[in-house]
Design a protein around this ligand. Structure first.
Ligand code: IPE
Ligand code: IPE
Ligand code: MG
Length: 254
């Protein structure tokens, strides 16, 4: 067993989080600090995506959600946006085999209609092809914003109320959660953000109400299977109290 597998088996021996979200930050600074174009950081970051996804699958996570491109990222310089879109297309074409061979279900959340056709087409094709896979659900947050998602959900619910299909009393936590793009995903247990920034940047606002947060100083291109397993081991030392007291939890034997 190599060192990574050793770490992963330690994670598996304890309670594994169901759903981990990652804010993959620091590609640009990683490249700039090496005198490279920012796009090289994004390219290297896609290797981290591959490694961390493999690790998540080996560990047995149910869901992994990766923040790859935010609604706000459209305002970056056009050549960086275009480079990121090209990389996404490349990723979707290159990873097809690995996704299918490993029973991964590819999912996507965000304002997907804003994506260029050359990304949207391979994305839709792989989502359809992998829809029946039973393994890890890998969700790419693309052109994603938590506020944008809430606005879209509120609109959908309001339309149902206006048409009489839904009464005000039927608006519950469940109906709100069901109106979001993440309606078929479990709540997020852990959010990891690489590269030192300690903010949510519009990622999964509703779904992270009771998440644990782990901020790593490591830039995303250097965040690999080892760093991922270490983050999960750290998460497993946390006591999630959900409003209760520590004594109540111990009495309940959790
Ligand atoms: C994350 O890296 C990738 C995207 C937001 C698309 P950044 O590009 O934000 O890298 P930094 O934060 O500028 O270093
Ligand atoms: C958040 O990173 C979005 C992604 C990782 C895709 P940013 O680098 O865009 O976030 P801010 O602007 O620093 O908050
Ligand atoms: Mg950034």
């Amino acid at each position: 067993m190599n060192a990574i597998e050793e770490l992963e088996s330690q994670v598996k021996a304890r309670e594994v989080p169901k759903h981990v979200g990652i804010i993959m930050d620091g590609n640009g600074r990683w490249a700039e600090s090496r005198g490279l174009p920012r796009l090289e950081g994004h390219r290297e970051g896609s290797t981290s995506v591959r490694e961390v996804t493999r690790s998540a699958r080996r560990i047995g996570l149910k869901a992994l959600t990766l923040y790859a491109f935010s609604s706000q990222n459209w305002s970056r310089p056009p050549d960086e946006v275009a480079g990121l879109m090209e990389l996404l297309r490349e990723y979707l074409l290159k990873e097809r085999e690995e996704i299918m061979d490993n029973g991964i279900k590819l999912n996507a959340i965000g304002e997907l209609d804003k994506l260029p056709k050359y990304v949207k087409e391979p994305l839709d094709a792989l989502r359809t092809e992998s829809a029946k896979n039973q393994g890890l659900v890998l969700t790419l947050a693309l052109s994603y914003g938590g506020r944008e998602e809430l606005v879209s959900g509120v609109r959908a619910l309001a339309a149902k109320v206006a048409s009489g299909a839904l009464s005000l009393d039927d608006i519950t936590e469940e109906t709100v959660a069901g109106a979001l793009w993440t309606h078929d995903l479990p709540p997020v247990d852990l959010v990891i953000r690489s590269s030192g920034e300690q903010r949510l940047s519009n990622f999964l606002l509703w779904q992270t109400a009771y998440s644990e947060f782990l901020f790593s100083p490591i830039a995303w291109p250097d965040f690999r299977a080892r760093e991922f397993a270490e983050a999960l081991l750290h998460f497993q030392t946390r006591e999630r109290r959900f409003g209760l007291t520590g004594a109540q939890l111990r009495r309940a034997g959790t």
